[in-house]
Ligand binder design. Structure first.
Ligand code: MD3
Ligand code: FE
Length: 212
């Protein structure tokens, strides 16, 4: 697939290596949401449990060769959905194209994701600050796509104590995190009640990674 996502004028550097592409995915919003729905029809959204025994408020599912999971044992990537033992649904071509085009525009040419984690937020849900450290290499960027109700995203630095900045992520926004930002701490504040014409009260976030 070529040139599905065209360059946007508005590119903003949030931090060294982290680029916000405002509205980058908005042109394909319906197709992206339809692809999310198709993935969830095969691998339903579920709330997972952390090794510490807490049930996450955000519901998740995956597509691609590797899917991120957590259970009482560990955080890790698996080839199969533990709920049914089958491989995760294939990565939709639209997701790989978006990841490649967004990464290229942010300065990371040749990015090819093998893991697509889909997070579903409802009012009152949140994602506490963490680092993404379960991938085999940190040399690849992570592409994040926001759809639906806006959320306040917070990000800091490689140390937990580094000060955090806040940015509102809106429907269609894409952020590419790589290089010096790859191990930044980040999280999502409690989702406020809201309404989006395509998603109702929900927010979806798609993170595209090279995990293997
Ligand atoms: C900064 N998801 O799934 S995406 C996650 O909105 C996750 O659902 C959030 O954090 C969400 O792990 C935020 C933005 C993001 C993703 C990966 C990053 C920011 C990042 C990796 C390094 C630094
Ligand atoms: Fe994360």
């Amino acid at each position: 697939m070529q040139d599905l996502f065209e360059r946007v004028a508005e590119t903003e550097e949030l931090a060294p290596g982290a680029v916000l592409l405002r509205g980058f995915a908005v042109r394909h919003d319906r197709a992206l949401l339809a692809a999310i729905e198709a993935v969830a029809a095969e691998a339903p959204f579920r709330r997972m449990t952390t090794p510490g025994g807490f049930e996450m408020s955000v519901a998740m599912t995956n597509c691609g060769a590797a899917g991120w999971i957590t259970d009482r044992k560990s955080y890790r990537y698996t080839a199969e959905d533990p709920q049914n033992g089958r491989p995760w649904p294939a990565m939709p071509a639209l997701f790989s194209a978006l990841a490649r085009d967004a990464a290229a525009q942010a300065g990371y040419a040749g990015f090819l994701p093998d893991a697509g984690l889909i997070n579903r937020y409802e009012p009152g849900t949140r994602l506490s600050p963490h680092q993404d450290r379960d991938e085999a290499s940190y040399d690849h960027p992570i592409v994040s796509v926001s759809l639906g109700v806006p959320a306040t995203f917070q990000f800091g630095g490689p140390k937990r104590a580094d000060p955090m900045k806040k940015v509102s992520l809106q429907h269609g926004d894409v952020v590419v995190w790589g290089g010096p930002s790859r191990l930044a701490h980040h999280g999502v504040l409690t989702l406020k009640s809201g309404e989006h014409p395509l998603t109702g009260c929900r927010r979806f976030n798609l993170t595209l990674r090279k995990a293997l």
